[in-house]
Design a protein around this ligand. Sequence first.
Ligand SMILES: Cc1cc2nc3c(=O)[nH]c(=O)nc-3n(C[C@H](O)[C@H](O)[C@H](O)COP(=O)(O)OP(=O)(O)OC[C@H]3O[C@@H](n4cnc5c(N)ncnc54)[C@H](O)[C@@H]3O)c2cc1C
Length: 480
Amino acid sequence: MTLEKKKLDIVWFKRDLRTLDNKSIEFASNSGNLTLFIYIFEPSVLNSFDTDLRHVRFIYESLTDINKRLKKYSLELKYINSEALYFFEEISRKYKINNVLSYQEIGNNLTYSRDKKLAKFFQINDIKWLQSKTNGIIRGLKSRKNWKKEWINEMKSKIVSIDFQSINKQKVRIPKTIKLYTSKHLLDKNFQPGGETYAWMYLRSFFKSRHNGYTKNISKPSQSRISCSRLSPYLTYGNLSSRQVYQLFSESSKNRDIRNFLSRLQWRCHFMQKFDDEPDMEFNNINRAYDSIREKYDENFMLQWKEGLTGIPLIDACMRCLDQTGYLNFRMRAMIVSFAAFNLWQNWKNFSHHLAKKFLDYEPGIHYSQIQMQSAVTGINTVRIYNPVKNSIDLDPNGEFIKKWLPELNNIPSENVHQPWKMTIIEQEMYNFKIGVDYPRPIVDIDHSRKEAMNKIWKIKKTSKSKTLARKILKKHVNS
Ligand SMILES: Cc1cc2nc3c(=O)[nH]c(=O)nc-3n(C[C@H](O)[C@H](O)[C@H](O)COP(=O)(O)OP(=O)(O)OC[C@H]3O[C@@H](n4cnc5c(N)ncnc54)[C@H](O)[C@@H]3O)c2cc1C
């Protein structure tokens, strides 16, 4: 006689690493069913080209925070170390899985393909996969016409309230064939720490006072680190839902800084929606008329750019700061991409994975859209080539940011910090600094490379192929 398997629901945390406003947990609290809470550390994802230790640490910190909160109710989230399909195959040998609860993942091709395989497995095994909508993004959207209206409705909708006491506390035995994730990750103080607790600290301090100066400082590399919200990693990993953030601020939308902030919260979802509709942008130019440009890969250029050794101080300071903290404000991100794509004339495919690893808030939907926009291969956006010297003088006039990240320029006066290659021999001697020895000469002529790049881009932009494709792209992606 075969024993009937126990029924089980599984709450699968993905990019919704929070206990509040979480529909999957709400389901468990309403059903009272035997429920297992899991996060799956998948080797394929951990080793993929766009994952870095900084991301894994942030996830680990977020999970530790969730467990602290669950412990109060004698509940626990398990850290699984396996491919997702293997985990579900193994656990379903022991239990009859009824429901899997998760949020739709607006991930990359790797996670999307995994989800397709799982959907098949769940279907064959009569398992219901209840996936909640992520931040108002609509899967399989046919037209963008009413998208904004629907997004606002979603943001205004009621925040989920959960009765943790009524969640079934019975223990679930994980089969021995499934390995648990046991690596420990120590806090690195240079990076924003993960988890709901920190997310709310950042949210509240931005709400209370930090938003003053948001608009004024948004492009400045130093000041923006305080007066921007810094919520991006918390939104990426779902420590906060967009709805929670929206509802806290929407009452104050008469304030200009808050209005500007809220419109970015919407852009975020707009880009994610665009990516969900057109995932091919992870691999190909949004406008294929640009496929023939930037074919030559220059390894030295890329290496100097990655290491912050281009000889252009603001670019180098940004690259080193990003490496060590995982964060740059929008303008500096756009500028480092513009420098690689225009001045160094490199294809975005050669550097997008590097940046994905470095941005703590890496969100594929925003990442690929922005990288393509800043490389001017969409054919629908204004071509912007940022001049790093002008940006340096305008946005970091005293060289505060540059000197912080390029200690080799510490002894030279602030007025020389933007273009140290222009210092005379006497000036160099006065400040005990030698260009080409203490700090590299520029690896490209900014003005010349800018003009060349502009000509090449416009040559394509003017073609009928580029224009026809641009019209199609606009028709598909512009929302009303
Ligand atoms: C090349 C490039 C790559 C980028 N990659 C990412 C990424 O992977 N993840 C990411 O969250 N943002 C990305 N951005 C957008 C933007 O730079 C960051 O969202 C912002 O700097 C995060 O800081 P903050 O949270 O203090 O932003 P705030 O200015 O406080 O904005 C609030 C929130 O709005 C969203 N947001 C802000 N600006 C934008 C924007 N331009 N487009 C879409 N959403 C926006 C973010 O979620 C942000 O947390 C990228 C920009 C560029 C140019």
